[in-house]
Design a binder for this molecule. Structure first.
Ligand SMILES: [Fe+2]
Length: 402
C-alpha cells in the first residue's frame, strides 16, 4: 500500500502474454474495492483457482462475556495468557466489535498450513520474538516492536524464531496509513511521524515449483475454509503493485511533543474503519513552565479506548505492568490516578511504550476478558486505595494517555 513495488519478473505491459519455459503464466489481479482501489498483479505458475479438495467450513465462535457493570477494566496478560497453538489458531480473542477484533497470541507451534484472511486486513504487533512471515509476495522478516501489516488476500505462513507474543488486530475494513499523513500522491508528508524509509515491504520473492499436498486455510464469511492444493501456493514468478504486506517498527515512530500536552491523535499510527491504532513511545515531555505533562481527564463520549502496555515503568500507574491491557469504555470519564498530575510536574521525559486502539463503536468482551479482569481497576481513583509507597514512585513511566 505505501508505494509501488515490484518483485521477480513481470511482463512489459499488463494483460499480455507472459511465459515461463514456454508455459503461459496465470495473471491474477488482486485488488481492493472492485477495480478502483489499490491492486497488485501476480503471475502464477498454476491457476490460483485450482483446488483438489474443499474441506469442511469451521464457523468462528466467540465466547461472549456480558458484564454486569459498565466500568473501567484492567486485564493482566503477561503470565496469565498461556502459550498455545500457532500464529493463527493461537489467537485468543479478548474484545471485538463490527470493525475490529483484538486478540492476544503466544504461539508455540509451527503452522503446517498456509493462511489467508479473505475478509479482513490484519495488523500484528510483535511484542516478543522474531522470525519471517513467508508470503506469496515474498519474505517479510519481523522482530520485536514491529507492526506486521497484512492486507486481505495475502497468503502467508509464520516462521517464528524464539518465544512469540503478539497483539493482533483484524478488521473487515481497510487498515491504512492515516490520510492526513500523506499528500495527494500518497507520499508521506514532512510532519508525519514516520517516512517511507521506515516501511519495509517484502524482501526476497521465492518462487516454489514443488508439487505435493498443501493446505490453505482461508478466513471468509466469519469462519475458516480449508482447501487442499496439489501445488505450493507460493508459485508466483513476479508481481507488482500497491498491495503487499509490510512492517513498521514502533521504535521508528517519531513522537510529536509540544509545549503543552499533545492529544492522542499525535500518536496515531494506523487508521481503520471506525478505529485508530496509536503508538506511545519514549519522548521528551511538555516543556512550558506551567505544563502538566500527563493528560487531562477526558470522557470518551463516543469511543472506547484499549491500551496494551509494551514496556517501560508503569509503577506509578497502580497495578499496571508489562502486558497489561486497560479498557476505558465510552460514556464515562477517565484520567490520571490521584496525585499523579501534581507529581508529573517537572518531569522531562517518559520511557513508556504502549499500543492503543480507540474504537468509535462499543467493544464486546469475551470470557477470556472475564478471566483476566482484575475487578479492582474501576476503584483505583479512590485516594484511600493508593497503596503505601506508591506516592514515592518515579512517575517517568507514566503513560501519557489515561
Ligand atoms: Fe484516554
Amino acid at each position: 500500500m505505501p508505494t509501488y513495488q515490484v518483485r521477480g519478473e513481470v511482463p512489459r505491459k499488463r494483460h499480455i502474454q507472459f511465459r515461463d519455459n514456454g508455459t503461459l503464466l496465470t495473471e491474477e489481479v488482486m485488488g481492493l474495492e472492485g477495480f478502483s482501489g489499490n491492486e497488485s498483479i501476480l503471475y502464477h505458475l498454476t491457476s490460483p483457482c485450482r483446488v483438489t479438495k474443499v474441506d469442511e467450513f469451521e464457523p468462528i465462535e466467540r465466547d461472549e462475556w456480558v458484564p454486569d457493570g459498565h466500568q473501567h477494566r484492567h486485564f493482566k496478560t503477561m503470565a496469565e495468557v498461556q502459550p498455545g497453538g500457532d500464529a493463527i489458531s493461537g489467537r485468543k480473542l479478548l474484545m471485538w466489535n463490527q470493525d475490529v477484533e483484538i486478540s492476544l497470541c503466544r504461539p508455540d507451534e509451527e503452522m503446517d498450513y498456509f493462511f489467508r484472511n479473505g475478509e479482513g486486513d490484519e495488523v500484528i504487533f510483535v511484542h516478543e520474538g522474531s522470525g519471517t512471515l513467508e508470503t506469496i509476495f515474498g519474505d517479510v522478516p519481523y522482530k520485536e516492536g514491529d507492526y506486521i501489516v497484512v492486507p486481505r488476500g495475502t497468503t502467508y505462513r509464520f516462521r517464528p524464531e524464539g518465544e512469540q507474543r503478539y497483539l493482533v488486530f483484524e478488521s473487515p475494513g481497510l487498515i491504512e496509513i492515516p490520510r492526513r499523513y500523506r499528500n495527494e500522491y500518497g507520499q508521506l508528508l514532512e510532519h508525519a511521524p514516520f517516512y517511507h524509509r521506515d516501511i519495509h515491504p517484502p524482501t526476497e520473492l521465492h518462487t516454489h515449483r514443488d508439487r505435493g499436498e498443501f493446505r490453505v486455510k482461508v478466513r471468509i464469511r466469519d469462519g475458516y475454509q480449508t482447501y487442499e492444493l496439489d501445488y505450493h501456493p507460493f508459485d508466483v514468478v513476479g508481481w507488482d503493485g500497491y498491495v503487499y504486506p509490510w512492517t513498521f517498527s514502533i521504535h521508528d515512530f517519531e513522537p510529536i511533543t509540544g509545549r503543552i500536552h499533545m492529544p492522542p491523535p499525535s500518536h496515531q499510527t494506523f487508521e481503520g474503519r471506525n478505529f485508530v491504532i496509536c503508538s506511545f513511545c519514549p519522548r521528551k515531555l511538555d516543556f512550558d513552565p506551567l505544563a502538566i505533562p500527563i493528560p487531562y481527564h477526558h470522557s470518551n463520549l463516543n469511543s472506547e479506548e484499549m491500551i496494551y502496555y509494551v514496556s517501560g515503568n508503569f509503577g506509578s500507574r497502580r497495578g499496571i505492568e508489562v502486558g497489561s491491557v486497560t479498557l476505558h469504555p465510552s460514556g464515562i470519564p477517565h484520567g490520571p490516578h490521584p496525585g499523579l498530575a501534581e507529581k508529573s510536574i517537572g518531569q522531562t521525559e517518559t520511557h513508556e511504550l504502549a499500543v492503543m486502539c480507540d474504537t468509535f463503536h462499543p467493544l464486546r468482551l469475551t470470557k477470556l476478558a472475564k478471566e483476566l479482569d482484575d475487578g479492582e481497576y474501576a476503584y483505583s481513583w479512590l485516594e484511600e486505595r493508593v497503596p503505601a509507597g506508591d506516592a514515592d514512585q518515579d512517575p517517568a513511566g507514566v503513560t501519557s494517555h489515561f
